[in-house]
Ligand binder design. Structure first.
Ligand SMILES: Nc1ncnc2c1ncn2[C@@H]1O[C@H](COP(=O)(O)OP(=O)(O)OP(=O)(O)O)[C@@H](O)[C@H]1O
Ligand SMILES: [Mg+2]
Length: 212
């Protein structure tokens, strides 16, 4: 008959706990690196948008479905205002969704409980808008012109590529970004996309650019 040494048993349990702990840390690091790599790969991928006429309302609704659990989990209130009869615009739905995901993640990360995230769509004569507004801490003036730079981040685990990707997607669509931020009150990003396809400037071989 074998006796189990209680000391050895306790030692064994302690090392199992340690091992578990290390595994948790390793898992955390793996998912952190996985996130950084996928953001990075997306940032350097030179994809032209595949434009198809779609409603920005549908893309926003789709993005909400994707992120709603995370938003609700954090105790954040989500409001949305969809414009009626929003015209379709030539958009790459997957890319625009990615841009919205990046903006909404930033908005959510800027807020604590009791924050409100407001998503709004609008049309004007030449294009469609989506506004992403949060009631978070805002962006201090001295940081505003750096936030679109790759690798600029104020977050411990941020890659600083999120907004660079948003900017690239909007630019490739011939659209633009407006930003309003008040420290202590919140931030609003407004994306605009044109209704007519924007033709990238092409110069045929041998031709030179002329000015008149
Ligand atoms: N809605 C916002 N409210 C306050 N600060 C913001 C907001 N959006 C962006 N920022 C600031 O801009 C910085 C850059 O944002 P960006 O999305 O490019 O990178 P990140 O969020 O830090 O990292 P990642 O997107 O990879 O998680 C953020 O670190 C933050 O300081
Ligand atoms: Mg981000």
């Amino acid at each position: 008959k074998r006796d189990i040494d209680p000391d050895a048993q306790a030692n064994h349990e302690a090392s199992m706990r340690k091992l578990d702990n290390y595994l948790d840390i390793a898992k955390g690091e793996i998912s952190r690196l996985d996130y950084i790599i996928s953001q990075f790969l997306q940032a350097i991928r030179p994809t032209r948008p595949e434009l198809k006429p779609v409603s920005l309302n549908d893309i926003v609704a789709d993005t909400i479905l994707l992120l709603d659990p995370e938003i609700t989990n954090r105790g954040i209130t989500l409001e949305h205002h969809f414009a009626d009869d929003l015209p379709t615009a030539p958009l790459d739905a997957a890319q625009v969704k990615q841009a919205l995901v990046n903006l909404i993640k930033n908005a959510v990360q800027a807020m604590t409980q009791e924050g409100t995230l407001t998503l709004t769509t609008l049309a004007d004569d030449e294009g469609v808008w989506v506004h992403v507004a949060d009631t978070g801490g805002g962006i201090p003036q001295e940081k505003i012109n750096r936030i679109f730079q790759p690798y600029f981040t104020t977050k411990e685990k941020g890659s600083g590529l999120g907004l660079m990707i948003v900017q690239r997607i909007v630019r490739e669509h011939g659209g633009r970004i407006e930003l309003e931020s008040n420290t202590g009150q919140g931030t609003t990003f407004r994306l605009w996309f044109p209704l007519t396809e924007h033709q990238p400037l092409r110069i045929a071989a041998g031709e030179t650019e002329t000015t008149d």
